[in-house]
Design a binder for this molecule. Sequence first.
Ligand code: HEC
Length: 104
Amino acid sequence: MSSGQYALVVAGMLALFLSPAMAADADRGAELAKRWCASCHVVDSGQKQASADVPSFAAIANKPDFSAEKLAFFLLDPHPKMPNFPLSRSEAGDIAAFIATFRK
Ligand code: HEC
């Protein structure tokens, strides 16, 4: 690979890594949430069952201090009651964007 091509590849990877929260994809977040979160949280209105005592995503989204950015950071560093998720930055952003869609 020439150094010019190499620079292009690096620039491409950087763009991916740095892509801002605005580029987050709520549809992808919905898929991830169903896979990783639905065993404990109610992740969408069609879902009937999850653990008691665990806030639904709708409840989380409608807290007065909710922000998708804060949530994405929270997800990168899950609290002890939640298992550790292998979420990348962009996946955390996607899930946060999905949860934000519940905000009224
Ligand atoms: C093993 C069960 C479990 C799984 C799986 C789980 N959670 Fe949780 N989550 C909890 C519990 C329990 C709480 C409440 C913790 C508390 O009150 O301290 C919680 C709290 C939260 C909160 C904080 C709500 C608040 O108090 O503001 C967020 C946000 C959250 N979860 C998001 C997620 C997301 C996103 C996923 C999937 C990537 C996920 N959780 C997967 C059990 C789980």
